[in-house]
Design a protein around this ligand. Structure first.
Ligand SMILES: NC(=O)c1ccc[n+]([C@@H]2O[C@H](COP(=O)([O-])OP(=O)(O)OC[C@H]3O[C@@H](n4cnc5c(N)ncnc54)[C@H](O)[C@@H]3O)[C@@H](O)[C@H]2O)c1
Length: 265
């Protein structure tokens, strides 16, 4: 999608961190934006900031793990902004710690938001993009943890590996409709991700793990607006993967060399 001005975007998890950075950079590129988040006040505050830059913007409440809520988000976006062309399925949470310490509630919460949110976003919005017949772009937020796994991140990486797989399949399915699918794979970004528990539902409160071990890395991460710039470039070029940390090239090189070496054993 080269021509972005006047198009409409929806961004989940738009109230904070990477989602807010994406919203800010999409608005700077001239898109109208539906800022959607479980934190409705935060979404409205970001939308108000975007309106000051001259675009139309809505702050909307959504729980991405709840399909009905995502359908309502799509309905309102189309009704109030006149269509939808860019969908950023970005809302996410983290639970760290050893697999053996994770509770059933940990699994349900992480998979419901990180994977269920992307499933709902894709299955609700993709048919509308197809029906609209104007092409478009879906950007699913995974992580470098969607391609590389390490200790203490089994729940998170399970959800993010699944997002990578879903996105690759969907990219091939939607290409004939001129709808691109990009997988966003950031490393550390300075956001509130480590305090994701602030949005944890009461019925899934039994926690076995925590994400404190990741705090120092996240707090020393890159600015979320830089990720927003990468996303806008990725949308313009229909990038299959959007990487934000060039220094990870060597890490990936080592990883995939070891995968290829397994063919020789
Ligand atoms: N920060 C990093 O280092 C990093 C690295 C790689 C990937 N990511 C991914 O980036 C995405 C954004 O996270 P962030 O780092 O900006 O964290 P963040 O906590 O600053 O923002 C996440 C947003 O998602 C919202 N949210 C949580 N649960 C929700 C739900 N059920 N429905 C709707 N909204 C919900 C939160 O209210 C928040 O506004 C996540 O998918 C995360 O996994 C982050």
């Amino acid at each position: 999608m080269e021509d972005l001005a006047g198009k409409v975007a929806v961004v989940t998890g738009g109230a904070s961190g990477i989602g807010r950075g994406i919203c800010r950079r999409l608005a700077a590129a001239g898109l109208d934006v539906a800022v959607a988040d479980i934190d409705a006040d935060g979404a409205c505050a970001v939308a108000a900031e975007l309106r000051e830059s001259g675009v139309r913007a809505l702050g909307l409440a959504v729980d991405v793990g709840d399909r009905e809520s995502v359908i309502a988000l799509a309905d309102r976006t189309v009704a109030e902004l006149g269509g939808v062309h860019v969908v950023c399925n970005n809302a996410g949470v983290i639970v760290g710690g050893a697999l053996c310490d994770a509770t059933e509630d940990d699994w349900r919460w992480v998979l419901s938001v990180n994977l269920g949110g992307v499933v709902n976003g894709c299955t609700v919005f993709a048919p509308r993009l197809i029906e609209q017949g104007q092409g478009g772009q879906i950007v699913n937020t995974a992580s470098v943890g969607g391609l590389l796994a390490g200790p203490g991140l089994s729940l998170y990486c399970t959800s993010k590996f699944a997002v990578v797989g879903l996105s690759q399949s969907l990219r091939a399915e939607l290409a004939p409709h001129s709808i691109g699918v990009s997988t966003l794979c950031p490393a550390a970004v300075r956001t509130k991700l480590i305090d994701a528990d602030r949005n944890r539902p009461g019925e899934l409160a039994q926690a076995g793990g925590g994400a404190e071990m990741m705090r120092a890395a996240v707090e020393s991460g890159i600015d979320p607006d830089v990720v927003g710039d990468c996303v806008v470039r990725g949308i313009r070029s229909d990038a299959a993967y959007i990487f934000t940390h060039p220094s990870y090239r060597d890490v990936f090189d080592g990883h995939f060399q070891s995968v290829l070496a397994a063919f020789d054993t």
